[in-house]
Design a protein around this ligand. Structure first.
Ligand code: FAD
Length: 341
């Protein structure tokens, strides 16, 4: 019998990853996922979904490496299984190039992806504006396929899904024993976290099947990543900008920048434009907290897992496993003896 009622708020890649981890690992928990937006309308849906990430400033590097490794291993197993096309997960090879040699030539995830090496001088000749580059094979996870795939997996594990807006976490306290907050940018109003802010990103989907390697400028602004059905061509990173409509001037600039790296892109067919708001934060928040509920002595435990900025697809599974660990701790400390895990 399920004794501990858990609610996960958020149906993006963080919410569904966390909900699956809890539902599959803790058979004593009845898990419900609540969100106001589901695929294809979340930020996660349009993300390029390529696995690499910048370092977060205040989080222990070993913890960041674990988040990356756990996520990479999880997605690699999918990429190498018969589930790969349905889940939208594939291996992807290419390079990251720099106009100046970066302070860290070997990023913290270099030994966790496959075949990391520096570009040779002859490879760099193609990019006259750039003087340094890294080649590697990583993973691309397309959330427009991956989210529905995760939702099926969640339902198979007994999870329930409900579409509704949550005004305050406290309103869930009457129904649930434990709340897991994976609301991304929504955390700004849901828990009043003013550190979370929108970072607007615009990309184009382009049909150019002859391009099968990714190229990313090290400044993170200009990139193209081949995917299962099209090439994701980007991008922008506009801090504090909440506009959700595509800006034609941005699209023109994106194509101009990318064509400088790959002239044949000019022959590609633009299939569409997409805008998303990254849940920017100095560091992701993966921690537990106790909330008092208004007008009652009841306190409710919350596990937060939000604020992944431009690295949410990359770190989703790893941070979900951390959130699962916190849920286990809380159930062990507070649950009835029969519910101890
Ligand atoms: C252009 C672009 C390219 C990107 N490329 C990459 C990439 O290559 N690699 C990478 O790792 N990351 C990338 N990202 C970043 C990635 O998209 C995010 O880090 C990730 O999607 C965050 O996931 P999330 O689940 O936290 O948020 P979301 O996907 O935004 O999901 C949040 C969920 O919470 C729900 N919610 C919020 N508030 C409430 C509320 N009050 N009540 C009910 N429900 C609520 C929403 O409805 C939604 O379901 C990119 C982002 C953009 C915009």
């Amino acid at each position: 019998m399920k004794r501990v009622k858990v609610v996960v708020v958020g149906a993006g890649v963080i919410g569904f990853s966390t909900a699956v981890c809890i539902a599959e690992s803790l058979s004593l928990c009845a898990v419900t996922l609540v969100a106001d937006q589901f695929s294809p309308d979340t930020t996660s849906d349009g993300a390029a979904g390529i696995m690499f990430v910048s370092k977060y400033p205040d989080i222990d590097l070993e913890r960041q490496r674990r988040w990356f490794k756990d996520s990479f291993d999880h997605l690699l197993a999918i990429a190498q299984s018969d589930q790969a096309p349905e889940a939208g997960v594939m291996l992807s090879s290419g390079c990251q190039i720099f106009r100046e040699v970066p302070a860290e030539t070997v990023p913290f995830w270099a030994d966790l992806v496959h075949g990391f090496r520096f570009l040779t001088e002859s490879e760099l000749k193609r990019f006259p504006e750039h003087c340094f580059g890294q080649a590697f094979t990583t993973i691309k996870c397309e959330c427009s396929a991956y989210l529905p795939w995760l939702e099926k997996r969640f339902r198979r594990a007994g999870g329930k899904v409900q579409q509704s807006h949550v005004n305050h976490l406290q309103e869930l306290a009457g129904t649930y024993d434990l709340i897991v907050n994976c609301s991304g940018l929504g955390a700004r109003s849901l828990v009043g976290d003013q550190q979370v802010h929108p970072v607007r990103g615009q990309v184009l989907k382009v049909q150019a099947p002859w391009i099968n390697h990714f190229i990313r400028d090290g400044d993170g602004l200009t990139y193209f990543y081949p995917g299962v059905h099209s090439l994701t061509v980007g991008g922008t990173r506009q801090e504090g900008d909440r506009r959700l409509e595509a800006d034609p001037a941005d699209s023109e600039d994106i194509l101009r920048r990318c064509c400088l790296l790959e002239p044949s892109l000019a022959k590609g067919k633009v299939l569409g434009e997409w805008v998303g708001l990254r849940p920017g934060r100095r560091n992701p928040r993966v921690e537990r907290e106790v909330l008092g509920t208004q007008g009652s002595a009841r306190r409710v435990h919350v596990v937060h897992n939000y604020g992944h900025g431009g690295g949410g697809v990359t770190l989703a599974w790893g941070t979900a496993l951390d959130a699962l660990g916190l849920v286990k701790q809380i159930v062990n400390e507070t649950g009835p003896p029969q519910a101890r895990l």
